[in-house]
Design a protein around this ligand. Structure first.
Ligand code: NAD
Length: 302
């Protein structure tokens, strides 16, 4: 007998959602999907998924609803109104927001729909679009323990089991994800600066990098992630700089909300905004390195 798997509703079939839904489908989950771009669903529909015209219809036809959308504003847009998730989801239904976002939209639902017994989790991810495609995402879940246990198989269809972490109550997943991005973007800007200075001072790029790796100043970014630029000139267009700027803004908003002054994060955000202004919204998340390449007049390539 085949196992009966819950029907998963999925809203947001972009760089991340497209890979995540393909993996859910491959694991046997029936899908009900929607996106502003109908064509984003073609392949999934050919594979047996059901297209829905509205988020309300997704919620009505599913056992649980996942959102994977750019910003809190987009999350709010699919929640409310006669076409929104809240108009279709049954009492006691489950909504998991996997977007990199902040707690406010979900908190407002908990407050304004308290009597409906909705189960709400935040479960943002890291691992880039390649991790979404390969089903190797890291997932940070904020929510109640019994919900996390019940939904673990669904998460395991999209992420690596040992990297699916229950990090705390409602909102904790959002906070962990924002702090990861903040630190990674800070590493990127700091690394770009020292590589620009060092090479401009006449040191060979490969020798400079190896010396830094052998020193107490080593980082995962220097050892691994920066190689996509240094070896391939790839600034990761799978994650648009517009979204990176969004994450940096949310991280500073969170810092403000909890009363922590963040001078360094504010500077990193400004560097990112400069790169976005220079190279456009769709440029890759690593294009701030290009600002420094432009400054020194040559690309940083091994
Ligand atoms: P994306 O812009 O590629 O995809 C977003 C999708 O949502 C698009 O297909 C868009 O049409 C759809 N959408 C927007 N508004 C909608 C609405 N009202 N109704 C239905 N569909 C709507 O974004 P992405 O790169 O997939 O990122 C999604 C989330 O994941 C973001 O919060 C991002 O920060 C986060 N994230 C991205 C990456 C990455 O490498 N791309 C990695 C980790 C986390």
């Amino acid at each position: 007998m085949t196992q009966h798997l819950p029907t998963v509703g999925f809203i947001g079939l972009g760089n991340m959602g497209s890979g995540m839904t393909r993996n859910l489908q491959a694991a046997g989950y029936p899908l009900v999907i929607t996106d502003l771009r109908r064509e984003a669903a073609d392949e999934l529909v050919a594979g047996g998924a059901t297209w829905a015209e509205t988020p309300a219809e997704v919620a009505r036809a599913s056992d649980l609803v996942i959102t994977m959308l750019p910003t809190p504003r987009h999350v709010e847009a699919v929640l409310h109104g006669e076409d929104g998730i809240l108009a279709g989801i049954p009492d006691g239904g489950t909504w998991i927001d996997m977007s990199t976002s902040v707690p406010e939209p979900a908190d407002a639902v908990r407050r304004d729909h308290a009597a409906r017994g909705l189960r709400i989790l935040d479960a943002p991810v890291s691992g880039m679009s390649v991790g979404a495609a390969n089903g190797t995402l890291q997932i940070f879940i904020g929510g109640e323990t019994d919900d996390v246990a019940r939904l673990r198989p669904v998460f395991e269809a999209m992420g690596e089991p040992e990297r699916i972490l229950h990090v705390g109550g409602a909102g904790a997943g959002y906070a962990v994800k924002l702090m990861i991005n903040q630190l990674w973007f800070s590493h990127l800007v700091a690394t770009a600066e020292v590589l620009a200075i060092g090479t401009r001072a006449g040191v060979d790029l490969g020798i400079l990098r190896r010396s830094l790796i052998a020193s107490p100043a080593n980082s995962n970014f220097l050892e691994n992630d920066v190689l996509s630029i240094l070896e391939h000139g790839d600034y990761d267009e799978g994650f648009a700089i517009a979204l990176a700027c969004k994450d940096l803004g949310l991280s500073i908003d969170l810092a403000r909300a909890v009363g922590v002054p963040v001078e360094l994060s504010a500077v990193v955000e400004q560097v990112y905004r400069r790169a976005r202004a220079s190279y456009g919204d769709r440029a890759g998340e690593m294009t701030p390195v290009k600002l420094y390449e432009d400054l020194i007049g040559h690309d940083l390539r091994l």
